[in-house]
Design a protein around this ligand. Structure first.
Ligand code: FUL
Length: 474
């Protein structure tokens, strides 16, 4: 008899456990999702671009490839100074022009006779990639490379043989300097070619030597150009895109598509916004007093990181091989401004309620998850419900002018339209303070200041039940 009771109790617990497991199941992914490398990449948000090479010394943007390698002679090259500047600025990595269109290699490549080896710098014994990759490691930054397929120097350029040369060049860079987080393929090409680039071969080479590197180009496959060099993503910005029929360069997708992505696109190809601190990509003494202001940089930040894109900000070292003091000061001021702006998240100690919560464990899918500071916990409404809202109640009235929202993208990008309202305590009415389309990894919206203790975010349209993992209020 006793045995029977024990067995009965055991089965009851088993049933409760199994029912719990079923209802607590995570939502299915919606559409394409980021690879783990793409997710890590997205979380980096902001990093440095470095254009450096013969153009630095000749005051050009596009070298002809006929420059004497003798022009490349930085007097005090200091990659540690670049890395410490990047870190101070809150950047997470540096991507360098290992080879720009002029073909000059910043490392002693075996595939070229137009390299640092042929220059007077360090009597031809120097290697910028080695110095930079070591400096990045020392300062806890990731290292990335821009290797231009367009080469105005290489004698084989334009012939079928060049594809092999370029793949060899890539392999050399990608196997010699440790982990590379991003491979940057520029689409620019000012020459007509008889032999087209073998993109399959190039991608295969990257994957072989750096399987975790995110490949940038006009069509990804890791991340895509944002469609302008102003560093501004579309207000609507899907991390999805279709690539059929397109290639990088002249046959790239229209800039509107690059800027906004494609709602139901087949592939996960998030946007990266590139822009320079100075008017040109390379250093020129003529741009010493035309640096972007902190306000301009803030606008760029809101237009990129604040619109679901990563920001790649170019900071060109000067002819000594150092980042100018003015440039690094501007970056530090920019960092200070961001720290100030994001220093007091009043939602941190708030409470949240939702119009609907996915069945099962309330804690697992409940609205508290949007305020807990953990990336991997999220609120999601009942299965099948795409339009739902959550309300954040602050302990007291606060004057607010900015909201930061994050979707849990490991399960896809879903939200297509949302609205933010504040509750007016005097008349009990809701007032719309901001509206938006996509959220994605991160969306920041600023609005005219309102004083309220209650904010409501309504997801008005989504391809599948929304998953929101973080909300901050300032
Ligand atoms: C462009 C290039 O032509 C510019 O020189 C620069 O490198 C920029 C980032 O990409 O396509």
């Amino acid at each position: 008899m006793e045995n029977k009771i024990v067995t009965h109790i055991f089965f009851c617990f088993l049933m409760i456990f199994l029912t719990g497991c079923r209802t607590q199941k995570s939502p299915e992914p919606y559409g394409p999702v980021p690879s783990s490398a793409q997710l890590e990449w997205q979380k980096m948000e902001f990093y440095m671009f470095v254009h450096f090479g013969p153009n630095t010394f000749t005051d050009r943007e596009w070298g002809t490839g006929e420059e004497d390698p003798g022009v490349f002679n930085p007097t005090a090259l200091d990659c540690r100074q670049w890395a410490s500047t990047a870190r101070e600025a809150g950047m997470k990595a540096i991507i360098i022009t290992a080879k720009h269109h002029d073909g000059f290699c910043l490392w002693p490549s075996q595939f070229s006779s137009h390299t640092v080896r042929e220059s007077p710098w360090k009597e031809g014994k120097g290697d910028v990639l080695e110095e930079l990759s070591l400096a990045c490691r020392e300062y806890g930054l990731k290292f990335g490379v821009y290797v231009s397929p367009w080469d105005r120097n290489h004698p084989d350029y334009g012939t079928a043989r060049y594809n092999e040369v370029f793949a060899g060049t890539l392999a050399e860079v990608l196997s010699s300097y440790g982990p590379v987080f991003e491979q940057w393929f520029d689409g620019a090409c000012g020459d007509d070619m008889d032999a087209p680039y073998d993109w399959m071969l190039f991608h295969h080479t990257v994957r072989k030597h750096q399987p975790d590197a995110v490949i940038f180009s006009d069509v990804g496959p890791g991340c895509r150009w944002v469609g302008n060099e102003r560093g501004i993503a579309g207000e609507t910005n899907w991390s999805r895109m279709d690539t059929a029929g397109y290639t990088p360069g002249k046959n790239a997708p229209p800039v509107e598509i690059l800027n906004s992505g494609v709602r139901n696109g087949k592939y996960w190809i998030p946007a990266e916004a590139d822009v320079s601190l100075r008017p040109g990509w390379f250093y020129s003494p003529s741009t010493d007093s035309s640096l972007k202001t902190v306000d301009e940089l803030m606008e760029i930040y809101m237009g990129s990181v604040g619109r679901n894109a990563n920001l790649l900000l170019n900071v060109p070292p000067d002819r000594s091989g150092r980042i100018c003091e003015e440039d690094s000061l501007r970056l530090v001021e920019f960092k200070r401004k961001r720290t100030e702006l994001f220093s007091r998240n009043v939602a941190r100690s708030a409470r949240a309620k939702a119009s609907s919560v996915r069945a099962g464990n309330f804690r697992r899918f409940g609205p508290g998850n949007i305020l807990d500071g953990s990336y991997d916990t999220y609120w999601t409404p009942e299965a099948g419900t795409s339009a739902a809202s959550f309300t954040i109640t602050l302990g007291r009235e606060e004057t607010l002018s900015m909201i930061l929202l994050q979707e849990y993208i490991p399960l896809g990008q879903r939200v297509a339209r949302f609205m933010v309202e504040s509750l007016n305590s005097s008349d009990g009415l809701w007032q719309t303070v901001a509206e938006g389309t996509t959220i994605g990894y991160k969306r920041i919206l600023t609005f005219s200041p309102v004083t309220s203790s209650t904010i409501r975010v309504s997801i008005l349209e989504a391809g599948a039940p929304p998953l929101v993992n973080n909300v901050e209020l300032y």
